[in-house]
Design a protein around this ligand. Sequence first.
Ligand SMILES: NC(=O)c1ccc[n+]([C@@H]2O[C@H](COP(=O)([O-])OP(=O)(O)OC[C@H]3O[C@@H](n4cnc5c(N)ncnc54)[C@H](O)[C@@H]3O)[C@@H](O)[C@H]2O)c1
Ligand SMILES: O=c1ccn([C@@H]2O[C@H](COP(=O)(O)OP(=O)(O)O[C@H]3O[C@H](CO)[C@@H](O)[C@H](O)[C@H]3O)[C@@H](O)[C@H]2O)c(=O)[nH]1
Length: 446
Amino acid sequence: MKIAVIGTGYVGLVSGICYAELGHAVVCVDKDPYKIATLQGGGVPIYEPGLEELSRRGVAAGRLRYTHDLQEAVRGTDLVIIAVGTPPLPSGEADLSYIDAAAAEIADALDGYAIVAVKSTVPVGTNERVRDLIRARTAVPFDSVSLPEFLREGSAVRDTLEPDRVVIGADSPAAAERIAELHRPLTQKVMVTDIRSAEMLKYASNAFLATKISFINEIANICEKVGADVAEVAAGMGLDRRIGPAFLGAGIGYGGSCFPKDTRALIQIAGHVEYEFKLLRSVVEVNRDQRMRIVRKLETIFGGELRSKTIGVWGLSFKPNTDDVRESPALEIMRHLVDSGVRVRAYDPIATPSFRGLFGDGGVVWCDGALEAASGADALCLLTEWEEFARIDLRRLQETMRRPILIDGRNVFKESDLAGTAFIYYSIGRPSLNQGIREEMPILQY
Ligand SMILES: NC(=O)c1ccc[n+]([C@@H]2O[C@H](COP(=O)([O-])OP(=O)(O)OC[C@H]3O[C@@H](n4cnc5c(N)ncnc54)[C@H](O)[C@@H]3O)[C@@H](O)[C@H]2O)c1
Ligand SMILES: O=c1ccn([C@@H]2O[C@H](COP(=O)(O)OP(=O)(O)O[C@H]3O[C@H](CO)[C@@H](O)[C@H](O)[C@H]3O)[C@@H](O)[C@H]2O)c(=O)[nH]1
């Protein structure tokens, strides 16, 4: 199949490269000259394990190429995939301007029948809007297909090559079958449904996962007060097949370019049909509060005065194995610390450049290593569970710091890691491990 993918972000690039890996002729298009130059030069503009290698392989085999010329890419193609961004507007609604612009450009380039699939996460009705936009500009026949994407950053290649399921929303059975055929080598779990259900299903999936996270975080907060351990609680809950163990990791909450944006967009989608999505509003609110627990904990430790303290921060990306810092909890936490007069020493294995791009430089010492960030610190906050942090010898860490205070926002360390250290340790929802911080201990009254 000849495929043109519009947008080489996390979704478009990974999908395009993976379709080429399956043997299809793929051209990936982006407006961003830096991205296209990087890709044409054999690199990839994002950090995603395994991606660069696959890209090089596709290009070398002549199955994959990159261009900024959308018109040329779309002409003569069988399938056009729209994978441009749908960032949030200040209201929380999805900004569809990139989708609209791409649709108009595609319409002007179509020179024969093609399927136009929307992979971007879009509000219900957007595929119809794209269809109408294209129809208004061209008489060339085409079919519209909703093809929501479920990959996760950090494991995007694996998620694409081994998806749990592929969902296709279509009103043309023939178009649905062609897209199903394209994905059958990856999974037999190909679900064909109507376009609106496919669009809704994507938001519902993200909202449900975000709900699981906020739920377990609230349980964790209660665990701290009643003396239970959230890791044990989650493990036991997860053994129930109806619940499942995934997304029950308590911590400082979810970030990233999807959950925060998509939960707010779904609240807006519901609002437009005069439905108040109360549960999801609470999920968002719980998540907002959860990241601030780190700051409140520090304030408790230092008697409310953070000014002039030196605080190390480990992890800036919104999750490990990615350089993406969009809506990373670290952004808000570090802003608060810097504004409170804290001297912040920050380290991330990969994401420091992208973080600095969004956050700016003021008030932060950017470090090249984990121990360097902890050096001379009055406290250390772990915000992203990169594997290298779990492997650090806590005794050495303790020697590096001015005061051995460790706030573990991702519940990385175990009791055995802490044994033999003098750390004042705080994690989320595991009070038996929390040493030296008493105010969260049981306040049980009978
Ligand atoms: N990031 C994820 O993990 C993920 C997973 C599933 C779904 N999604 C959804 O997929 C969509 C894309 O997300 P992303 O993270 O890949 O976005 P992104 O912002 O990383 O990339 C979008 C790219 O599209 C390009 N672009 C915009 N308009 C263009 C045009 N007219 N022609 C050519 N290129 C154009 C931009 O330059 C940019 O490089 C969003 O709707 C998102 O919600 C994202
Ligand atoms: O038990 C958990 C699991 C995740 N998280 C946090 O949740 C956020 C999102 O993590 P994850 O879902 O792994 O990453 P994303 O790349 O944002 O992927 C989500 O968003 C994508 C974009 O829509 C979807 O395609 C994916 O299916 C969906 O998992 C991160 O900040 C994680 O730290 C937790 O706090 N606890």
